[in-house]
Ligand binder design. Structure first.
Ligand SMILES: CC(=O)SCCNC(=O)CCNC(=O)[C@H](O)C(C)(C)COP(=O)(O)OP(=O)(O)OC[C@H]1O[C@@H](n2cnc3c(N)ncnc32)[C@H](O)[C@@H]1OP(=O)(O)O
Length: 525
């Protein structure tokens, strides 16, 4: 990619406000704060770190040969803890909300793929456009990991949604033609049942007694909502990122109800690199003492906001791209006149810090853990689907029993095998759990996916990928398209947006209205 082409591509989608503003002036509060905190000679002993800053008396400390560094980022975290502890008498857990939405309640018990069960559940949803007389114009819009049902503003909630420009009259999801339905996924915290919801049996939040979930569980819950609306057949299933996985899963699970699929920056099975990136986020989050000490039962105490902040920063690294940051921030520091700091200092650091800060109380930590794990588990290969079907069959009879009896205590008993890991020629199949470590070759794996995706043979599908995406790399969308072609599907539209088009990596689906939205509009017709 040439430099000028790259800049042009980047500027195509960089928000105007971000382009106009001088980074030196944009982050004035942060700089002032850094300046205040960097006053040399202010010394805070290490053991005082857990004590809220405002209440702490700074004791006399011996002189040192060099001044003590300041840590405004840690001071911030402590101040947030302090603010949260004063928040309410009933506990500092923030209540997560995206605003007004509809709620579908299913009172029928719900069996999950890995054997868990919910006595009933809620799905929060919003709609735009009008359902036609024969109920044939509905588009089910699947969200990314942490999004709410609020994809577009509504009368009840005028706040812009996460796909505001992609939905509306004349927009890619044209509300003059389609009735668009978006839900908060099962497991989420924006109105759908998830770990922060109250378990009707214990009358306490489920927390980490919430059962392990899969993409397919989330899709089944959505189809219960469609059943309640009398929608037998969709016009299309549309989704990006995690939603791109669900869009495919909906087609495989309900092939007669899903006549068109749009899968943007999604995949047919999670790649080890993506699992690795999510694993590090989960580990960072679970290492927060507010999570660790309660094993995730933090709802009556302090939410793990520092772990969430760190997880979001790692996530943001996977959502964007190095080339974007090269052009946007380069090697600039927030204040080059000051000595380097161990807290955020370079503009890329203050950017990540800001992303984490903004989000750490916006989303429930346990929802993040469960949904991110569900993404890891995702695999449309036939072996995995068969294993799931068998497990469901075995557990179906236990559903009623599970509702009335105490769950067995060894529900999650995974421990590392005593025998150390040994490299095999191809160990790529291990994660499916369907095969032993004498795993199949890549060719066989691909055969497995072909068989698993066979239900989509006749489903027109738009598969869109982005070359700068490191989280769901473009080869994963090529894999979907090629597999579907091998299945015999002749109506595949595969688009790959090159780096000349977007350097926004995985977040391109949120930012590039023409590159992503334009393709969707043309595909839906
Ligand atoms: C995996 C899945 O299934 S889905 C994952 C999907 N991705 C996500 O969830 C990530 C979501 N991304 C976002 O939230 C993004 O902000 C978007 C896509 C909504 C908007 O992107 P952009 O317009 O490029 O905004 P950007 O990421 O630059 O953030 C802008 C904010 O950062 C701030 N900022 C920008 N540069 C810096 C910097 N160097 N230092 C500090 N702050 C900075 C801006 O002031 C602005 O602050 P504000 O939001 O408080 O007003």
């Amino acid at each position: 990619m040439s430099f000028s082409k790259g800049i042009a591509g980047l500027l195509q989608t960089v928000p105007k406000a971000a382009r106009r503003t001088n980074p030196r002036t944009r982050f004035a509060p942060l700089q002032q704060q850094t300046r205040r905190s960097l006053q040399h000679g202010t010394r805070r002993p290490a053991q005082a770190a857990a004590v809220p800053a405002a209440e702490e008396a700074i004791p006399d400390v011996p002189q040192s040969s060099n001044p003590q560094l300041a840590f405004p980022c840690l001071d911030n975290a402590e101040q947030r803890t302090q603010r949260l502890s004063k928040r309410s008498m009933s506990g500092p857990e923030p209540s997560y909300t995206s605003g007004a939405h509809e709620t579908f309640h299913s009172s029928e018990p719900f069996l999950l793929d890995w054997g868990g069960a919910l006595p009933g559940f809620d799905v929060a949803y919003e709609t735009w456009g009008t359902l036609n007389a024969d109920k044939s114009n509905a588009i089910l819009l699947h969200t990314g990991l942490s999004a709410s049902s609020h994809a577009h503003s509504t009368e009840a909630n005028p706040k812009p949604g996460w796909w505001e420009k992609f939905i509306g009259p004349g927009a890619p999801l044209d509300t003059d033609k389609y009735f668009v339905i978006c839900t908060n996924v099962l497991g989420g915290c924006y109105g759908s049942t998830g770990p922060s919801s109250v378990d009707p049996v214990s009358k306490q939040p489920y927390a980490t007694s919430f059962p392990i979930l899969t993409m397919e569980d989330m899709v089944r819950a959505q189809f219960r909502l469609l059943d309640s609306m009398g929608i037998d057949k969709l016009y299309a299933s549309v989704g990006s990122s995690m939603g791109g996985m669900q869009s495919l899963a909906a087609g495989v699970l309900y092939k007669d109800r899903v006549p068109r699929i749009v899968s943007v920056s999604g995949c047919a099975r999670s790649h080890p690199y993506s699992i690795a990136m999510r694993h590090t986020q989960r580990q960072a989050l679970m290492a927060d003492p507010n999570w660790t000490n309660t094993r995730g039962n933090y709802y009556a105490s302090m939410p793990p906001h520092s772990g969430m902040k760190l997880a979001r920063q790692i996530a943001t690294v996977t959502y964007r791209s190095g080339p974007e940051w090269e052009k946007r921030f380069g090697r600039q520091r927030a204040d080059a006149t000051k000595p380097p700091a161990l807290c955020p200092d370079f503009l890329i650091e203050t950017y990540l810090d800001h992303a984490g800060e903004k989000w750490c109380l916006e989303y429930d930590a346990n929802s993040l853990l469960y949904i991110s794990k569900a993404m890891d588990i995702f695999d449309l290969g036939k072996d995995h689907q068969d294993a799931m079907a068998q497990r469901r069959g075995e557990n179906a009879g236990k559903l009623q029993e599970a509702m009335t009896q105490q769950p067995s205590q060894d529900a999650c008993n995974l421990t590392l095998p005593e025998k150390p890991y040994e490299e095999t020629e191809s160990s790529a199949d291990i994660m499916s759990g369907a095969k032993t470590s004498s795993a199949a070759s890549v060719a066989e794996l691909s055969e497995d996916l072909i068989k698993g995706m066979a239900p989509l043979r006749d489903t027109p599908t738009l598969v869109l990928g982005v070359a700068s995406d490191i989280l769901f790399p473009a080869f994963q969308q090529r894999e979907i398209a090629e597999t579907l072609r091998k299945v015999g599907n002749r109506r595949i539209t595969h688009v790959e947006l090159g780096e000349d088009r977007s350097l926004f990596g995985h977040d391109t689906f949120l930012l590039d209205l023409e590159g992503v939205g334009g393709e969707i509009r043309r595909f839906l017709g």
